[in-house]
Design a protein around this ligand. Structure first.
Ligand code: ATP
Length: 225
């Protein structure tokens, strides 16, 4: 990124180019399965200039989604891999799936990824529903304090108030989270629940997922019941 012509550093040397660290949006989720909403919001975040790249991180067993057992991690990972192939700024990590046991905790994942990507600025990308639940996550306070966020608006999910967030995280962290809400981004009305429901009714989820994912679901007979 070329330094602004009025900045003190550019006045010192007209040839100086100030490079900023690439911003990597870490996009955690069940991705059971990945759907058009995930892809569209990742693309919108890059197009709007909030991040340079998006790293999809399928969760092994998200602690906040208990009650329903997730589809095998290898299937979810492979569907993400195939779905993101056309998008150069997107990549996928199996860091959480590789954990030998237990839950995937975002705090731990981001701490490791910070070491794996020392040249990048990391931003945790999540939807508004995740912001609403965030206070229940493992080491939530430290997570908010030590990491940066992008919060994506989601149809039908209201943004928590500053007062609510302050009660949960303290005033300073609440302001940080509020500033991370990107209310200017387009809304995408998709969910993995809708995909699974369509499949359970014997319908191909063509309205919700890219063709490669529909084909994968069909081949492996996923979400039939
Ligand atoms: P499910 O329907 O099974 O709860 P989901 O569609 O919410 O799944 P996840 O894999 O759980 O998908 O989502 C991963 C992340 O993406 C979460 O932070 C979630 O809030 C966000 N997300 C998913 N779909 C959307 C969407 N349409 N708009 C905004 N955020 C979304």
């Amino acid at each position: 990124l070329a330094a602004a012509s009025s900045s003190p550093s550019s006045r010192r040397s007209p040839d100086l180019v100030v490079a900023r660290a690439p911003r990597l949006a870490v996009f955690g989720g069940s991705f059971d399965p990945i759907h058009n909403g995930h892809l569209a919001l990742g693309k919108a975040v890059v197009d709007a200039g909030y991040a340079d790249e998006v790293l999809f991180v399928p969760a092994r067993r998200p602690p906040h989604k208990q009650g329903r057992s997730l589809t095998d991690g290898n299937h979810r990972l492979e569907m993400v891999r195939q779905a993101i192939e056309p998008y150069p700024p997107f990549s996928v990590s199996d860091i959480e799936l590789e954990r030998s046991e237990g839950f995937s905790y975002t705090f731990d994942t981001l701490s490791v990824l910070r070491q794996v990507f020392p040249e990048h600025d990391l931003l945790f990308l999540m939807g508004m529903d995740s912001l609403r639940d965030l206070h229940g996550w493992h080491r939530a306070g430290e997570l908010v304090q030590h990491f940066a966020f992008i919060v994506y608006p989601r149809p039908g999910v209201a943004c928590p108030s500053l007062a609510e967030l302050s009660d949960r995280f303290g005033a300073r962290n609440a302001r940080k989270l509020m500033a991370a809400v990107k209310a200017d981004l387009p809304l995408f009305d998709y969910s993995a629940t809708a995909v699974r429901q369509a499949c359970a009714q014997g319908l191909a989820p063509t309205r919700f997922c890219p063709e490669v994912v529909c084909r994968y679901i069909e081949t492996h007979r996923l979400y039939r019941s």
